[in-house]
Design a protein around this ligand. Structure first.
Ligand code: ZN
Length: 304
């Protein structure tokens, strides 16, 4: 059977799932002030599995485990020990595997472990030693738990992001590096609310920190995603992915304002194919309805 690298290298079109944290919030799960959706692994594992199933039914080929805000240095601030945090990372992968076994045991679905530069606030900013150890343990745990790839989400912190990329590539799994961008006066910037971060800087630091297999733009406005992709392609000629968001974040809750409708999302997201993107999905605010519309648009329904 083809590996995810072989399919990506061959230009196969793959559907990524939508936002997990925002879907949990939409279904009534309180978001944690320190670990956002990370603590839901402890409090709402059954609902996480159900949402994975809904994304499988919507046609997703790649499911991202709910480990985005579950690095040990993040969960520590929500009251979890390192051992408990690593157990929750294993669980995040197991929940995807269980959802696949329940919903589509005969379909080839890839499990992506998520690592991010997420932290709750300046008071929760880890020391470099703590971050290095935390990312290494998280990446090794997700790899040992059976993830097929590791996706680096919201690489926007200039210090933490390269550490996370280095830890992920050390596992030997295929690594996808996801950047978040915004535009200002026609300029593409890293999506960082504390500073005007030059996109080139975070892009080059992260891509230079490890041997990535794919790169993309994620957790960015739909209108900012194409210019972000163009800036990425200036230095990146490998496989490309994209999964934009809809709405805005006010910690710890996503605001479902100006939500793009599923068909409009699908039309726009499918147009990323013209830019060479072959793995497409949604991030925050994008529900199973959005992914189902995208699957239909890409002619991928009726796959199970
Ligand atoms: Zn997002």
């Amino acid at each position: 059977m083809d590996t995810i690298q072989e399919l990506m290298d061959a230009g196969e079109v793959l559907v990524i799932d939508g936002g997990m944290g925002t879907e949990l919030e939409r279904r009534g799960v309180p978001m944690d002030a320190q670990s956002w959706a990370g603590s839901a692994l402890k409090t709402h594992p059954d609902l996480i599995r159900t949402i994975h199933r809904d994304f499988i039914d919507a046609g997703a080929d790649i499911l991202i485990a709910n480990s985005y805000a579950a690095a040990p240095h993040v969960l520590r601030h929500a009251g979890f020990s390192e051992a408990e945090a690593l157990a929750l990372n294993r669980l995040s992968c197991d929940l995807v595997r269980e959802a696949v076994a329940e919903a589509a045991p005969d379909r080839r679905i890839w499990i992506a472990g998520s690592l991010s530069s997420f932290y709750a606030g300046l008071s929760a900013w880890p020391s470099l030693d703590e971050a290095r150890r935390s990312y290494a343990l998280q990446a090794e745990t997700l790899a040992a738990a059976g993830c097929d790839l590791l996706v680096m989400e919201m690489m926007l912190d200039i210090t933490l992001s390269p550490l996370a990329v280095g830890a992920a590539t050390a596992t030997g799994l295929p690594v996808w590096v996801g950047f978040s961008v915004r535009t200002s006066n026609g300029q593409v910037l890293g999506l960082n609310d504390r500073t005007d971060l030059e996109f080139e800087r975070i892009r080059d630091d992260c891509l230079g920190a490890g041997d990535a297999h794919a790169a993309g733009i994620m957790h960015s406005e739909m209108s900012d995603t194409p210019p972000g992709l163009d800036r990425l392609k200036e230095v990146w000629s490998g496989p490309l992915f994209a999964y934009p968001h809809s709405g805005s974040f006010r910690m710890p809750n996503w605001q479902f304002d100006d939500e793009v409708k599923p068909d409009a999302f699908a039309r726009e997201a499918a147009s990323y194919l013209d830019r060479g993107v072959t793995a497409i999905g949604g991030c925050c605010g994008m529900s199973p309805h959005h992914i189902a519309a995208l699957s239909r648009r890409l002619g991928r329904d009726g796959r199970s």
